[in-house]
Write a protein that binds this ligand. Structure first.
Ligand SMILES: NC(=O)C1=CN([C@@H]2O[C@H](COP(=O)(O)OP(=O)(O)OC[C@H]3O[C@@H](n4cnc5c(N)ncnc54)[C@H](O)[C@@H]3O)[C@@H](O)[C@H]2O)[C@@H](O)CC1
Ligand SMILES: [K+]
Length: 546
């Protein structure tokens, strides 16, 4: 798991160590220089003679860059610091000069921004140390001008970074962000001004939310978290599950399990107009290992579903997680005009049962996934074991229907803020689908970036809804008892879904059904990495008495 803490939490954790005189900046800058040496060596063969440019702002972020530059200069790299502010870190400047680094005082000649940016773009490595945790708002002044010019200059240099085979003039510099790409919203991932996209971010003490959250997450490149000895208390602001986390918590059936202990998924999806959604949702649930999938819909669509997946049953009965809404038209008109084939009514009944509304009759509350046309059925006091799975447009409509003055662009600019708002307004856990999928539940937030861009294809959301339904059904009691668990399961479903898409066709387009079909092998691969717990060591013979 990658855990990200806010700038304020990281600063609070630094304070006692700084008061004790712990050399945090030395630790941070040495680790930064070590990572740069590793990157340059891997890409260029040798570090000697490589040209490194440091972009240096007024604070300690620039100090990190300068101290790392001093280490690199001593290792034989050619280092130049470009200062955008006359207050650059004095200790760092002295160290760099002593190590033989050059300094360009751009603040004294701001008209040279364009020329300097052109030079910087042709270097081997750029360290972006303009601002870090101390950033207030988007980049401004000379820092903003330099980054804007550099973004343009780097775009015209097309060849991959540090590729010796490419002619030097067309090589693009490898960009390393110091702590965070300068100018991102450190706590919210906002990108409201120019930002230099990094190939790698070396971040200190812990990840920061902006490195995991869209849109800024897309500008951070590979994130390396450097341990500088900070002690940060749970809970973090944002988490990201990794494959091991999902493998560890995946319920593997034992000899005593049967289909009801494995979990029955009730699916209310699709209509005669959209029968494909019913097939995709039920297939997602079957392929994720549901004990049983119960399809609820018209006889006509039920036939299509059973024709595609003979494992699915269409009779009513016990259900341990409901999936309501994929491929069901939204809005009361669809119901009034009968275009919904009765799915609103079935969905409503499923959600009443899932919220525990039928008491002992239905066996108590169970989790539910509420998607697409089901979103209109959601009450404002829904339990957190309901997981809504909108995309940005659907979340906007859900928020607007509850009086929020918000547009889709606002949701895309601050997805976690609006997912949290929807959670606060409805009580349900919110999984907001996107290139980075964001999940907001009671006191927890996740940001998952597991799938390829190819996953943005019709029907992929239906598969995710079925997959998530099966995962919730297998953990139904636990999810209902521990409200924050639904968010973790939702994040895990996003991980499996994304990785299954990679597996379905590595590097190329995928069809939604192929993603579902890739889920069993992906789960098996995840589980194969699981270390057996509590294995019994072989019995040894007692020593023979002498
Ligand atoms: N406190 C410490 O000892 C440590 C700090 N570390 C580094 O220190 C950084 C934080 O340092 P600071 O608190 O000095 O702050 P920063 O270096 O992040 O930035 C503060 C400076 O940037 C300017 N600035 C702020 N917002 C700006 C904007 N939007 N556009 C242009 N300029 C802007 C301000 O004038 C201020 O002088 C961390 O990100 C990390 O890199 C690390 O060395 C680890 C240890
Ligand atoms: K930075």
């Amino acid at each position: 798991m990658i855990s990200a803490w806010s700038a304020a939490d990281v600063r609070a954790a630094e304070e006692p160590l700084l008061a004790e005189g712990v050399p945090l900046m030395e630790r941070a800058s040495f680790a930064l220089a070590t990572q740069v040496v590793r990157d340059v060596a891997a890409r260029r063969g040798t570090v000697r003679g490589a040209r490194v440019v440091l972009l240096v702002g007024a604070g300690n972020n620039g100090g990190d860059a300068l101290h790392a530059g001093a280490v690199l200069a001593r290792r034989g790299l050619g280092v130049t610091a470009v200062l955008v502010d006359e207050r650059a870190h004095p200790g760092g400047l002295t160290a760099l000069r002593r190590a033989g680094g050059r300094v360009v005082e751009l603040f004294a000649a701001p008209g040279r921004v364009g020329a300097v940016a052109g030079d910087v773009a042709r270097s081997d490595v750029v360290l972006d140390g303009l601002v870090g945790l101390g950033a207030r708002g988007p980049l401004r002044g000379l820092a903003a001008d330099l980054v804007a010019a550099l973004v343009g200059a780097l775009e015209t240099a097309q060849a991959p970074a540090l590729d010796e085979a490419a002619p030097r003039a067309t090589r693009r510099a490898w960009v390393v962000a110091v702590d965070v790409p300068s100018g991102i919203g450190v706590d919210d991932g906002a990108v409201a001004g120019p930002v230099l996209a990094a190939d790698r971010t070396v971040t200190f003490g812990a990840a920061k939310p902006g490195l995991l959250l869209p849109p800024a997450a897309g500008l951070a490149g590979e994130v390396a978290v450097v341990d500088i000895g900070l002690h940060l208390d749970d809970p973090p602001a944002v988490r990201r599950l990794e494959p091991d986390d999902v493998a560890r918590s995946w319920p593997v059936p034992g000899a005593a399990d049967h289909k009801y202990t494995r979990g029955v998924v009730g699916v209310v999806a699709g209509t005669a107009t959209y029968p494909g959604a019913a097939v995709l949702t039920t297939t997602g649930a079957v392929c994720a290992g549901a004990g049983m999938v119960r399809y609820r819909g018209s006889v006509e669509v039920g036939r299509v579903v059973v024709g595609a997946r003979p494992e699915v049953v269409t009779v009513p009965g016990r259900v341990q997680a409901w999936v309501v809404g994929p491929g069901v038209p939204g809005g009361p008109e669809a119901e009034d005009e009968g275009q919904d084939d009765g799915q609103h009514e079935r969905g409503r009944a499923g959600l009443v049962a899932a919220s525990g509304g039928l008491g002992g009759l239905a066996g108590g509350p169970v989790p539910a996934v509420v998607d697409a046309g089901g979103l209109g059925l959601l009450d404002d006091d829904s339990p957190p074991w309901f997981v809504v799975t909108p995309h940005a447009g659907e979340l906007t409509a859900l928020l607007r229907s509850r009086g929020e003055d918000v547009r889709r662009a606002d949701v895309e600019a601050e997805p976690l803020r609006w997912a949290r708002r929807a959670h606060d307004l409805t009580g349900a856990t919110v999984l907001l689908k996107g290139g980075v999928t964001v999940v907001a539940g009671p006191g927890v937030a996740y940001a998952q970036s597991d799938g390829p861009g190819w996953l943005a294809t019709a029907g992929a959301g239906d598969v995710l809804a079925g997959l998530l339904g099966a995962m919730l059904a297998a953990r139904a009691d636990e999810v209902v008892r521990h409200p924050e668990r639904a968010a973790e399961v939702a994040a895990a479903a996003a991980l499996v879904h994304g990785r299954a898409a990679h597996r379905a066709n590595p590097g190329g387009p995928v069809a939604a059904l192929d993603v579902a079909h890739a889920v069993p092998a992906e789960v098996a691969r995840l589980l194969s990495s699981r270390r057996p717990r509590g294995t019994c060591p072989p019995t040894r013979r007692p020593e023979e008495p002498a």
